[in-house]
Design a binder for this molecule. Structure first.
Ligand SMILES: Cc1cc2nc3c(=O)[nH]c(=O)nc-3n(C[C@H](O)[C@H](O)[C@H](O)COP(=O)(O)OP(=O)(O)OC[C@H]3O[C@@H](n4cnc5c(N)ncnc54)[C@H](O)[C@@H]3O)c2cc1C
Length: 1092
């Protein structure tokens, strides 16, 4: 017995599975054994697949390929274009087609189609021919372009038929008489990949109806004439094909031709193609008349056309159909026919849970109705909406950008949280499962299953069966658990990173939510180097933008309001154990090939399992031996995790925020500096050599170059005539800093991983440099690290189009221009940006902007050229989808600076804070950032780093204040001793040091969190420092001012300016109250969840 299949009368020579809309062929050996019997084959394959295979075999004997003509079949006939062109030139009707026919093979048209004439040769010759026949000059030089312009939209019914044929395993060809147009041809009209073979007359030098061109086509298809069907609108072409033995269909109406083709290919359904669907196999057919009656009576849907039904093949053991009826795209899901275990295939449960959770914000398709009456179509079924969207089968999301992948994964995390946040009682799901004991029950269940199916001793399984019950988590949360929550069970919006439907609720119950979290992260733990599996263990997913396990978990925890996930190792080990047990069970059934009627549940699991394996993989053909090894490998991976785990809770990094989780788990993504992954550096000494070197240079430059120029610059701006000018010293220092490479230090590594634009520092590394800049506030401008340019540049890096980047980002990065950010409005409370009243109205090829803004920092700078403007594009949209951000050039007509605003008398010139009116300002459509309605999204991305920089600089401000205070109090004598000798002054110094140190640690922690877990996860810490840092700075600077006496309030010292700025920061990045509100909400959420 060798590894080949020994089923003799095999209806199953090759096992086919359709995924990604492509056909995958697996030798039956995939089933994992060379000893497989025919009975075994029959038993393990679901009836659906058996029937589909039978059908496929029948078809292969009759039709193997379908050949389509282009013009007149796939796209409209060019004949109409001939007539119009004639009319345009005032030629008698039929002049062109008559010339084509009558000139025959030696005529210009036929020679063009055989590729014998160039386009210009054809134009001359054909003009001659047609003119001669028409008896007047008829310029034919524009004819081909004219025809080409009309051939743009293919017939959808034909495209659907082509796709349907391919998914059924038939080959397709395009056989077209055409002419050579550079870079165009069929490409321009449709996706070439739709066809296995494309034969173009102009390329092969022969044209229809010449026999040779059909031979070439059949040869390339590798089929005999009688195994093919040919569709054309011209009788002469069909006649020639028929003479060779090819079956033919004359196309007059494409929709009708598809019906004819369906008959010709043995009743396959070729209409209304939907990805992943095929013809309904015989045994799964549904009485259409009864279904139609159901639609009419129960759903009030009516049509003169009967429903079109197609069968989904992806991952369900419950037959699922796509239904098109009365203009509606629907999905019907039913129990399989035959005898079933009582608990299996409970579509009623699915309907119930989907209906219930849908009302609590979980995205699910619209549910139309459940029919429990088996007499209607044989089994209970339900109808839901067919969601048109994207399903991602490849977990590493090929073809997407870094940010798109991140967004997709974060949307997945969001959706999982929505499921787990459903209130079971309010949703009426109290009886949907047992509350509690889920993990224990499942360990027992899968242990028994494994014991009953083991074919050899898998040591790792035995160890896991011993280890898991002993390490059950102390507390188990109770929520709705989806049971199979994976990326490919989610339908995403066609263009946005938004889940619009969660599918496959078959395994859902009341259970432990962390098992769902673990299921969707299982790829990170799958055995590496296993050919069929996409294991993230050996993939640099971080560089792709896919969040690490830790990032994903942190997002999950944050959204769920839980501090961390204790016992994560347990959950991973459990998930791998469960998977191994399922595979082992299936393997056993496969090789035993015994038993009476197939156990449909197990068959379902098998299909699920194989599909699981294949969807986790990248479509490479599996190898039987490896599949046989699979259960063992999974168990071994599980045991590896379990045996290396200490499962002790880790030190909480987050006072009030997120617990970083189990130390047992390793992070495989971090923007931390090298050598410092997961360790928070609390001093510049702990920086990586590269960052430390840069830090030293920054410090040195500030000390030697900027600080000495500080008073000169301040003096320059004290002169009224210089108020809104750029101080030449500043420009000189900027050039010097740039030349020294001390430039654009702010741009976080995460936004610029290849360090093309900035210094590639992490937020933490930058924090130390920012602190130095805070000591001499002028510095941030010198290093091109000044707000609001920093935030604006980051917006452009993250969300700008290539053109926007070229036009605005590059000069900003070069320090050649300045920018401002216009959100706040005098008439509304702008701390709540949903209040913003400015409008951005689309009018033909531009937007019109109207709004009144104030506190627009930077707008008065002589080099300020661009404003990122926030306004409403759609006041009727959802609250957070009304706003957009758009780029408005400051020199556009209608932009009027009303006045500069001062803060406690400080103008903060030359950048200033302006009141600005935007009146009917027109900007091109291309100036929109990211898209209409995405303003809030951008605001979220902008606020993290921009805000933290202020806090970092505030630490520097306070260090400078301390320095001044220490110096002044030792040199000033009052009541017979230096001020420094006064106890109150000493207390002020000591208190200030305590507060600075506390705040610095919190700021560094926020930076560390941003680097390691992302801005969203770090949001609570960012909010905390925004409150802590300015308030601390106000206290410390105030003490320093007090110690300076009257001088402290004057412009002679920098203290008054720093105090005013710290006060600004209790408002400018959002008032304290708003941040405190979000911190407290997070606290309540966490507490309430911990009580679950
Ligand atoms: C110097 C400076 C520079 C600025 N630069 C810019 C800039 O470049 N671009 C820009 O768009 N904006 C800028 N701003 C504006 C700043 O962002 C806003 O002032 C801030 O968001 C508050 O909005 P508001 O002034 O409309 O106050 P309001 O929204 O009217 O709030 C007033 C007060 O109401 C209270 N309050 C608000 N919400 C709550 C709550 N939830 N709970 C309890 N109390 C609450 C707070 O005490 C708050 O201070 C700047 C402001 C200053 C002072």
């Amino acid at each position: 017995m060798n590894g080949d299949i020994k089923c003799k009368h095999i209806m199953i020579k090759n096992w086919r599975l359709v995924m990604d809309g492509r056909m995958h062929r697996f030798p039956l050996r995939i089933l994992g054994t060379p000893h497989i019997s025919e009975a075994g084959c029959r038993q393990i394959l679901s009836p659906r697949i058996q029937a589909a295979t039978l059908m496929a075999q029948h078809r292969t004997q009759t039709t193997k390929a379908v050949i389509f003509d282009l013009g007149g079949v796939v796209v409209p006939s060019p004949l109409a274009a001939f007539l119009e062109y004639e009319r345009k030139l005032g030629l008698p009707k039929g002049s062109i087609s008559r010339t084509v026919v009558e000139s025959g093979d030696s005529g210009a048209w036929n020679r063009l189609e055989r590729g014998e004439l160039t386009l210009s040769e054809f134009a001359d010759k054909f003009t001659e021919d047609v003119s001669a026949r028409a008896g007047k000059r008829a310029d034919m030089s524009g004819l081909l372009t004219y025809i080409g312009n009309g051939l743009t939209t293919p017939h959808q019914s034909i495209i659907d038929a082509v796709k349907s044929l391919r998914i059924e395993g038939l080959k397709t060809a395009l056989l077209t008489n055409n002419w050579a147009m550079e870079g165009e041809g069929p490409n321009r009209i449709m996706d070439r990949d739709l066809f296995d073979v494309i034969v173009e007359s102009s390329k092969v030098g022969t044209r229809k109806p010449e026999r040779r061109i059909y031979e070439i086509c059949l040869q390339q298809l590798d089929v005999k004439p009688e195994e093919s069907v040919f569709l054309d609108d011209l009788g002469v072409n069909l006649k020639a094909a028929k003479a060779m033995g090819i079956r033919t269909i004359k196309v007059t109406d494409p929709d009708k031709a598809v019906l004819d083709l369906e008959r010709e290919v043995g009743g396959l359904c070729l209409r209304r193609f939907v990805d992943g669907t095929t013809t309904v196999p015989e045994h799964l057919r549904i009485p259409m008349d009864r279904l139609e009656t159901f639609f009419n009576q129960k759903l009030n849907l009516h049509s003169t056309e009967p429903p079109v039904l197609r069968c989904f093949q992806h991952g369900q053991s419950n037959p699922t159909y796509y239904v098109y009826y009365a203009g509606q795209h629907l999905v019907l899901r039913k129990k399989p026919p035959g005898k079933l275990l009582p608990s299996a295939h409970a579509v009623e449960r699915e309907f119930k849970v989907m209906n219930a959770v849908g009302q609590f914000g979980v995205p699910i398709p619209k549910m139309y109705g459940l029919c429990e009456d088996s007499s209607v179509i044989g089994t209970p079924f339900y109808i839901m909406e067919y969601c048109k969207g994207r399903i991602f089968k490849s977990l590493h999301l090929p073809g997407m950008t870094y940010q798109e992948r991140r967004d997709i994964y974060f949307a997945m995390a969001d959706t999982l949280c929505k499921i787990h946040q459903v209130d079971i009682s309010k949703a009426g799901l109290d009886d949907y499962g047992k509350k509690g004991g889920y993990l224990k029950r499942n360990i027992v269940r899968w242990s028994k299953q494994y014991e009953a199916s083991k074919t050899e001793e898998i040591e790792a399984m035995n160890k896991l069966m011993d280890w898991l019950p002993k390490h059950l988590p102390e507390r188990e949360a109770v929520t709705i658990a989806h049971g199979d929550f994976r990326l490919d069970n989610l339908i995403f919006h066609p263009t946005k990173p938004e889940v619009i439907g969660v599918l496959d609720w078959e395994l859902s119950t009341i259970g432990d939510p962390i098992t769902d979290l673990c299921t969707c992260l299982l790829n990170y733990y799958m055995p590496a180097n296993f050919p069929m599996i996409t294991s993230f263990q050996n993939m640099d997913v971080a560089s792709l933008g896919i969040p690490s396990v830790q990032e994903f978990m942190d997002i999950y925890c944050q959204r769920m309001g839980i501090p961390s996930i204790p016992s994560w190792d347990f959950y991973v080990a459990f998930a791998l154990f469960r998977f191994a047990a399922i595979i082992q069970g299936v393997y056993k059934r496969a090789i035993s090939g015994q038993g009476s009627a197939p156990n449909s549940k197990l068959v379902g699991e098998f299909v699920l399992c194989i599909i699981c394996i294949c969807t986790l993989g990248q479509g490479s053909a599996p190898n039987s031996k490896l599949v046989g090894e699979f259960a063992k490998l999974m168990a071994e991976e599980g045991w590896k995790i379990a045996s290396n785990s200490n499962l002790r809770p880790t030190v909480s990094m987050a006072g009030g925020g997120i617990q970083l989780g189990n130390t047992g788990g390793k992070r495989n993504y971090s923007t931390s500096s090298e050598g410092a992954v997961n360790q928070m550096t609390v001093s510049p000494k702990g920086l990586s050599p590269r960052a430390k070197n840069l830090y030293d240079k920054v410090k040195d430059f500030i000390e030697k170059e900027i600080k000495p120029a500080e008073s000169e610059v301040m003096e320059f701006y004290r002169q009224e005539q210089n108020c809104w000018k750029v101080c030449p010293t500043v420009n000189r220092l900027k050039e010097k800093a740039k030349a020294a490479g001390l430039w654009n230090l702010f741009l976080p590594k995460e936004a610029d991983p290849e360090m093309k634009l900035g210094a590639g520092l992490t937020n933490l590394e930058y924090a130390f440099m920012c602190e130095e800049m805070g000591k001499v506030p002028l510095s941030s401008e010198i290093f091109n690290c000044q707000a609001p340019d920093t935030g604006n540049m980051e917006v452009l890096v993250r969300y700008g189009s290539e053109q926007q980047k070229r036009q605005w980002l590059t000069p900003l990065l070069n320090g050649e221009m300045k920018s401002c950010f216009g959100m706040t409005e005098p008439k509304v409370a702008s701390s709540d940006a949903t209040n913003i009243e400015s409008s951005i109205t689309r009018e033909r090829d531009h937007y019109v902007i109207n709004g009144h803004k104030w506190w627009t920092s930077g707008a008065l700078h002589p080099n300020c050229k661009i404003c990122i403007f926030m306004g409403k594009t759609d006041k009727s949209a959802a609250t957070h989808r009304q706003q957009s951000m758009i780029l408005v050039p400051m020199d556009a007509p209608g932009v009027k600076i009303v006045r500069p605003l001062s803060v406690f008398g400080y103008l903060d010139n030359p950048a200033g804070h302006a009141e600005v009116i935007f009146e009917n300002v027109k900007v091109p459509l291309d100036n929109m950032l990211l898209g209409e309605g995405r303003g809030f999204e951008i605001a979220q991305g902008r606020l993290g780093p921009g805000r933290i920089h202020h806090c970092m600089r505030l630490i520097g401000n306070t260090e400078r204040a301390m320095e001044l205070m220490l110096e002044r109090t030792q040199n000033r004598v009052a009541f017979g001793k230096p001020l420094a000798a006064q106890g109150t002054i000493q207390q002020d110094v000591a208190k200030s040091r305590v507060e600075i140190e506390q705040t610095r640690l919190l700021v560094l922690k926020a930076a560390h969190m941003m680097d390691n877990y992302g801005n969203k996860v770090a949001a609570p810490e960012i909010a905390m420092i925004k409150v802590a840092a300015p308030n601390m700075a106000l206290r410390v600077i105030d003490r320093a001012i007090q110690a300076h006496g009257g001088g402290g309030l004057s412009e002679d010292f920098i203290l008054a300016g720093m105090f005013s700025w710290a006060r600004v920061l209790r408002l400018a990045d959002g008032p304290d109250e708003v941040h405190l509100r979000s911190i407290s909400r997070q606290e309540y959420r966490k507490y309430n969840l911990s009580k679950l």
